[in-house]
Design a protein around this ligand. Structure first.
Ligand SMILES: [Zn+2]
Length: 325
């Protein structure tokens, strides 16, 4: 993980909460860090583990911290798999009860509880009900609803609410002291379009075509003034199953930016959006964002990409028509 990201994570509420517990010698048996930002969630889980294990609450300097950074600390087990099966949980339980360790305590990190199915979660619950002594679990989940209520009730829940665009910009441009104009522009756009989520911003920043696709989609939306123009405008996007999800994401970004405030978006370097805010009232934008979520679900259930695009763009026209003054 980048240093800037580490530094930012150490200013967050979840991190500070675990530090405070450690300082009071009142660590919980189980923490659950909730954030849909993969990079932030994994980072926070690892940092929380370090705070728990380091005699100085995560100093980054002692032998324990050094070993943790090298992945060589025996009493720390990290599971960052996307999927966690019943067998994985059985192994973990056996390990937590029977394997000896050198330090004062053992920490288990499981960053993707949303990838642990219900059966596995129920098995895991039994461990939380009678936790082995001197074991701390640090769990992460993309959302609270992904974790069984029975597990939730046994965890100290820590919510991460996201970074500011400025913080994300700093993380994206770390190590580049003299960025050129294009870099500044790309990083500014990605950090604003991340909406607090560093993982999302990093993906946008790494996508060389993001700026181009963004401009194209905005142009299509601007020129889509009636159903007669639908086919002509849609054909400009060359929608297929490989680019549909990307365009849905960009559409969401466009309308969220407009909702956040047209003028602020312009100031942040989104010239394409100039004057667009006036075409869309707030209720229209809210309805369109709902529509985009519906289209994303259609895409997930493998609907024909062109019908999904039709649904979106006809929907946008309908919402505009219904909400007209
Ligand atoms: Zn330390």
């Amino acid at each position: 993980m980048m240093n800037e990201t580490q530094r930012l994570l150490k200013t967050t509420k979840p991190y500070l909460a675990v530090r405070e517990d450690k300082a009071r010698e009142a660590l919980n048996h189980c923490y659950l860090i909730i954030s849909d930002d993969d990079v932030a969630r994994k980072g926070l889980c690892r940092l929380a583990a370090k705070v728990a294990l380091c005699p100085h609450g995560g100093c980054d300097e002692c032998d324990v911290c050094e070993k943790i950074d090298d992945g060589a600390y025996v009493a720390l087990r990290i599971n960052e798999s996307e999927k966690i099966s019943v067998d994985d949980v059985s192994q973990l339980i056996e390990d937590s009860y029977f394997t000896g360790f050198d330090g004062d305590m053992k920490v288990y990190v499981i960053s993707n509880m949303q990838g642990m199915n219900e059966k596995a979660q129920n098995k895991f619950l039994k461990t939380l009900e009678e936790p082995p002594e001197d074991v701390v679990f640090v769990l992460g989940a993309s959302q609270q609803t992904a974790v069984l209520p029975t597990i939730l009730s046994r965890c100290k829940k820590l919510y991460f609410e996201g970074f500011t665009a400025g913080q994300i910009y700093g993380a994206l441009t770390e190590g580049n002291d003299d960025p050129d104009e294009d870099t500044v522009r790309a990083a500014t756009r990605a950090s604003v379009c991340g909406f607090g989520n560093l993982t999302r911003a990093q993906k946008l920043y790494a996508d060389a075509e993001f700026g181009e696709k963004f401009s194209l989609l905005v142009s299509v939306i601007r020129n889509l003034t009636s159903t007669k123009k639908l086919d002509e405008q849609l054909s400009r996007l060359k929608i297929d199953k490989n680019n549909l999800d990307g365009y849905l994401d960009i559409a969401e970004t466009v309308f969220r930016l407009l909702l956040a405030s047209g003028t602020a978006a312009e100031a942040e370097g989104f010239e394409e959006l100039k004057g667009m805010r006036e075409q869309f009232d707030r209720p229209v934008l809210v309805n369109i964002l709902d529509l985009i979520i519906k289209c994303k679900r259609m895409s997930e259930s493998n609907c024909n990409p062109l019908s999904v695009a039709d649904t979106l763009f006809i929907g946008i026209l309908e919402v505009k028509y219904l909400c007209r003054k």
